[in-house]
Design a protein around this ligand. Structure first.
Ligand code: NAD
Length: 485
């Protein structure tokens, strides 16, 4: 296995920065369990250097015309696309996700975000509000300042870019902390932004564990924090941000429903269930892990699902023929195996999978449970692995009520040939993103984010601009100012 050690552990003020003082973080290739790199957690000095660089760089970056900031982002998009294979291989080494996925879903998705917000940068404007007697107000949409991004381990390139692209388009600068499990990919984004013309300090990456993230969030120079992570971490980060009255975006976990009516196109619905549970080995926040199947098609659904799941190709993730990779880490594998054991113990019927795959690395079979009831642990808690739970239902009202009976609200999907019912369900779902007759598509053009415990704020689309900027009102009077005395 090749050594994937980066030039240095951090990227600060336009250059790689090493800091051997920080605790070593071993980067493990999930497909083999072998160590492929070591980086060092950021010491206080590195955190300070990154925040100082971002603070220094911000006024001049914000003062550039939007069209110039946008040009940098669009150039970065082109570089990402040109280097897609190399970046995809690194993403595969960092996460274990198969190259068949990373070639189309990671650097390419990051490039989409940079291209989209690069194009939008010059169109970030205020408005004119006419008042009585010729007075008026105009608004200026201004940058927030120094922003902090904190990432999860499932999409290290995409998460960094989904935060950096709109943040930088608005004139902010950023210090980004990747997950300690996948510290490699965001460094490449920083390197590429520099190559594309971003001035030093505009986008910085510091690696480290939760304490480094907490130090960034607590710093008085930071105006906003955007976290992609779990609900427990979200609670802590949101609370810490509140201490400084900072802006916050929380992209958190889910236990999303996928409701399949008996008039649905069965093969498409099964494709959606497979994509929404096994893509990225189930490590996707918006996965439709509670699959509600109307009782008339239940057995046909399960039979065909089991047949198709048997076609998953587990193998070397760097081989493009592989369609299912390992779990990201030994710890995550243990969590998932524990949920499988609980599913069995609580009486769910194991349709397929359920076992660890006996080979080096962190492998588990794609797993389907049927006859799952709403109260079972596997139907309530986010598993974050390739474990699908299939629940039966009879009526639309029942399906909607049960789909919504969760503290989460990230996403939801419905499959039906009845258009009216499809839109009724989409309107009734308590979720930030919903799909009709498809699942898990998250184009940059559409807002993405959660409701309820799944988070606050939105990423992607023009809606993201509101979360990376603030409005200033300027009242202009054309009349004499009067006073009572
Ligand atoms: P996690 O919550 O354990 O960690 C997320 C990040 O927060 C890491 O970088 C971690 O170092 C950092 N962190 C931990 N404690 C912190 C603290 N006190 N202050 C500041 N930062 C801290 O999440 P994970 O295990 O890396 O990722 C999996 C979770 O992320 C799942 O729940 C998944 O659903 C969620 N997720 C959500 C989305 C989304 O867009 N909604 C996308 C991907 C993953």
């Amino acid at each position: 296995m090749r050594d994937a050690t980066p030039t240095a552990s951090h990227y600060v003020d336009g250059a790689y920065l090493e800091d051997a003082e920080g605790a070593a973080i071993e980067v493990i290739y999930p497909a083999t369990g072998a160590r492929i790199a070591t980086v060092h957690s950021a010491s206080g000095q590195v955190v300070e250097a990154a925040l100082a660089a971002a603070t220094r760089a911000q006024p001049a970056w914000a003062a550039l015309p939007g069209v110039e900031r946008g040009r940098v982002l669009r150039r970065a998009a082109d570089i990402l696309r040109a280097r897609n294979r190399e970046l995809s291989e690194l993403e595969t080494l960092d996460t274990g996700k198969p190259l068949s996925e990373t070639l189309v879903a990671d650097a390419t998705s990051a490039a989409d975000a940079l291209e989209y917000f690069g194009g939008l940068a010059a169109a970030i404007t205020g408005e004119h509000i006419p008042l009585a007697d010729g007075d008026f107000v105009y608004t200026r949409r201004e940058a927030l300042g120094v922003c902090v991004g904190i990432g999860a381990w499932n999409y290290p390139t995409q998460i960094a870019a989904w935060k950096a692209a709109p943040a930088l388009a608005c004139g902010n600068t950023m210090v980004f902390k990747p997950s300690e499990t996948t510290p490699l990919c965001a460094l490449k984004l920083a390197e590429i932004l520099t190559e594309a013309g971003a001035p030093p300090g505009v986008f910085n990456v510091v690696n480290g564990l939760g304490d480094v993230g907490a130090a960034l969030v607590a710093d008085g120079r930071v105006a906003k924090v955007s976290l992609t992570g779990s609900v427990p971490t979200g609670r802590k980060v949101y609370a810490a941000a509140a201490q400084g009255m900072k802006h916050a975006t929380m992209e958190l976990g889910g236990k999303s429903p996928l409701v399949i009516f008996d008039d649905a196109d069965l093969e498409s619905a099964i494709s959606a269930a497979i994509n929404g549970n096994f893509y990225s080995t189930g490590q996707i926040c918006s996965n439709g892990t509670r699959v509600f199947v109307q009782s008339g098609i239940k057995e046909a659904f399960l039979e065909r699902l089991a047949e198709r799941t048997a076609n998953a190709t587990l193998g070397d993730p760097l081989d493009e023929a592989t369609t299912l990779g390992p779990m990201v880490s030994a710890a995550q594998l243990e969590i998932v195996l524990d949920y499988v054991a609980r599913g069995r113990a609580e009486g769910a019927r194991l349709v397929t999978g359920g076992a660890r795959v006996e080979r080096e690395g962190f492998w588990i079979e794609p797993t389907v449970f049927a006859d799952v009831t709403d109260d079972m642990t596997i139907a309530r808690e986010e598993i974050f692995g390739p474990v699908m739970t299939v629940l039966d239902f009879e009526t639309e009202d029942e399906a909607l009520a049960r789909a919504n009976a969760t503290e989460y609200g990230l996403a939801a999907g419905v499959f039906t040939a009845d258009l009216t019912r499809a839109h009724r369900m989409a309107a009734g779902f308590e979720a930030g993103t919903t799909w009709i007759n498809t699942y898990n598509l998250t184009p940059v053009e559409a807002p993405f984010g959660g409701s309820k415990m799944s988070g606050v704020g939105r990423e992607n689309s023009a809606a993201a601009i509101a979360h990376w900027s603030e409005l200033k009102s300027v009242y202009v009077s054309l009349n004499p100012t009067e006073a009572p005395f």
